[in-house]
Design a protein around this ligand. Structure first.
Ligand code: GCB
Length: 615
């Protein structure tokens, strides 16, 4: 009875608030689940007729013409002005833009609808509805009742499906999806990528026990001297666990492969822990070792595949497991060629990372927002180091405290989802944000938040350079707070020609590792000319040759680069009618999968770098 009461209060809270990150269920891949991917119905609703009445007030819950309500007419006299039909079908997961021409440039509201039967549940089991991501604002309705809403196009969220709302058959599920851009959202109005709308990632029902493990972190303790641990073959692991309810319980953590078994006492709903572990084989790009880890609460065991590694900054170097690394990186958007759509599956991740491996890169910058979880799972398995970022991009409304709150929420959701991925070594809090006092405070706050949430990764942001003929300066005040100083560099493309790189020097105010988070030039695949002709593959190749030569004259804190970008990507800002036609052409690979000349220039450089750092 007590439980029932709590449950009702919980429901009320859900009904009147948006999703809070502490409710996020992580590691859904390894939980009991039923996929709701597949064909859904849709209604395009640019005027939001399904949401507002003709006085532009939100419709009442029971309003027959609210699009969350089942519109099937009961009798011939019924007047219905909306309806869901197989004629208007759309695939989930998937952006809407690539599915039908009617959606190509659409920005606004689309209603998604499908039905499902109640899964068979054992006593006390609960059902949660989980979305990998919906861009940008989602309102979720089940059988005419609102479950909640979520903003943010690249992070997951879930809502409980109350048992008294679930019917045995034909549950009517509706999601209002709105991808309109706004000045006070994250990202804001202006981005150099396509604003793909829709339910872009997996949707599933996650089935849990009444009490279950909602979130956890398990990693090598950051405070140990890793070289000593390696020598002694004894490591310290630490982390925390969070249950969905406040209760005194025990959770057992086991790693059978190394015979580890620890019991953790949970008090209230949480526990922090640390313990020793022997014989751990560390995760690295050369040896992406993952362990099966089992977390048991009561009768239920949740497994995860976790790698253990330590990343840290020591003076001017980044060390992975105590050894200096050079990041042979490449940036990428979450888009796949040749279909031109958002990537959303393990096959997509393997395709993109196949190219990354082919380039002989060991690192990716997942720009400019958290990518789907297949990407970070695949990176763990393949041994690819990851930079993961929130879309605090260009001119965010830095003066607005509410906007800071939105950025903080996306940061938390990104970190909570992926805090057990060994591959992620850098959290980035933004890209090319223009200096001002408000911006500096805003960005500094995000850096501090990220550090507080996760001490086992480096924090950075892609900063801008002060170009100057001769010497270029990196002195953005944010560099004082980030662990590595990262900058985007385009000398030879946005200013001057690539030859200008030859005599350029770099100076940074900060005695920290220096990383080039972008550098690149556009080329139309298959267009050949002399190297001074813009858009030719030869121009891009020249740009890369000059850039790589320049890299050899960098100050000694230079520790890697992630050029812009692996594959050409859609951008409505790119309107040269001959060479761009809506594409940012800085890809080393074109939108049909063909490699441009510069791909091989960078590949060769990365092969040499790999050898240089081998021992
Ligand atoms: C940048 C941005 C990136 C753009 C790129 C470009 O500095 O960070 O999002 O796409 O330049 O191609 O101009």
């Amino acid at each position: 009875m007590m439980f029932r009461k709590l449950f009702t209060v919980g429901l009320l809270l859900i009904a009147f608030s948006g999703f809070a990150q502490e409710d996020l269920i992580i590691n859904t891949q390894n939980r009991e689940q039923i996929s709701l991917n597949g064909t859904w119905h849709y209604i395009i609703d640019p005027y939001e007729t399904g949401f507002y009445n003709y006085r532009y007030k939100e419709k009442g819950e029971k309003d027959a013409e609210a699009y969350w309500n089942n519109p099937n007419p009961h009798q011939k006299t019924d007047r219905k002005e909306h309806g869901y039909s197989d004629k208007y079908s759309i695939e989930v997961p998937g952006d809407w833009n690539s599915q039908d021409d009617v959606f190509k440039y659409y920005e606004g509201t689309v209603w998604y609808q499908r039905e499902f039967d109640k899964p068979e549940l054992a006593k006390n089991e609960h059902v949660f509805l989980y979305f990998g991501a919906v861009n940008y604002e989602a309102h979720i309705y089940l059988n005419g009742k609102k479950l909640g809403m979520h903003k943010g196009g690249f992070t997951p969220f879930n809502f409980e499906m109350p048992s008294d709302l679930l019917q045995e058959k034909g549950n009517f599920l509706v999601v209002k999806v709105d991808n309109k851009r706004h000045k006070d959202e994250i990202p804001t109005l202006n981005t150099d990528w396509w604003n793909y709308g829709g339910i872009t990632r997996d949707v599933k029902l996650v089935i849990t026990q009444q009490n279950f493990i909602q979130q956890y972190a398990l990693q090598l303790d950051q405070d140990q001297d890793i070289e000593k641990s390696i020598k002694r073959k004894k490591f310290k692991l630490s982390g925390h666990i969070k249950l969905n309810v406040s209760s005194e319980e025990k959770v057992t953590i086991e790693i059978p492969e190394i015979g580890l078994k620890e019991k953790i006492d949970i008090s209230d709903s949480k526990a922090s822990f640390s313990f020793d572990a022997k014989k751990i084989e560390l995760w690295s790009p050369e040896n992406p070792k993952l362990y099966e880890v089992e977390f048991t609460l009561g009768e239920t065991t949740l497994t995860d595949q976790i790698g253990f590694r330590k990343v840290e900054v020591s003076g001017k170097e980044v060390l992975l497991n105590g050894k200096e690394i050079f990041m042979r990186g490449i940036s990428l958007h979450e888009e796949v060629a040749p279909e031109i759509r958002r990537a959303n599956s393990m096959d997509d991740a393997n395709k993109l990372f196949g190219w990354v491996k082919d380039l002989n890169a060991n690192m990716v910058r997942l720009a400019h927002y958290p990518h789907n979880e297949y990407m970070t799972r695949a990176a763990d398995e393949l041994g690819i180091l990851v930079w993961s970022e929130i879309p605090v991009y260009w001119t965010i409304d830095f003066e607005n405290k509410k906007v800071l709150g939105k950025a903080q929420k996306q940061l938390e959701e990104m970190i909570v989802r992926d805090q057990n991925k060994a591959s992620i070594i850098i959290w980035s809090v933004g890209n090319e944000t223009p200096l001002s006092d408000a911006r500096n405070d805003f960005m500094k706050q995000l850096v501090m938040d990220a550090k507080k949430m996760d001490s086992t990764r480096l924090i950075s942001a892609a900063l801008e350079v002060r170009y100057n003929r001769g010497t270029n300066f990196i002195d953005d005040p944010l560099g004082e707070y980030t662990d590595i100083v990262s900058v985007n560099e385009y000398l030879g493309w946005y200013g001057d020609l690539p030859g200008a790189k030859e005599n350029s020097k770099w100076e940074t105010k900060y005695n920290k590792p220096l990383f080039f988070s972008e550098t690149g030039a556009g080329a139309k695949s298959g267009f050949h000319a002399d190297k001074e002709t813009r858009w030719s593959e030869e121009f891009q190749e020249w740009y890369y040759e000059e850039t790589l030569k320049m890299m050899e004259q960098m100050p000694d804190n230079f520790m890697g680069l992630s050029p812009w970008i692996l594959v050409d990507f859609r951008s409505p800002k790119r309107n040269n009618p001959k060479y761009q036609e809506g594409w940012n052409r800085k890809g080393l690979i074109d939108n049909e999968g063909n490699k441009k000349k510069a791909f091989f220039t960078l590949k060769k450089y990365y092969e040499e770098k790999e050898k240089e750092y081998q021992d």
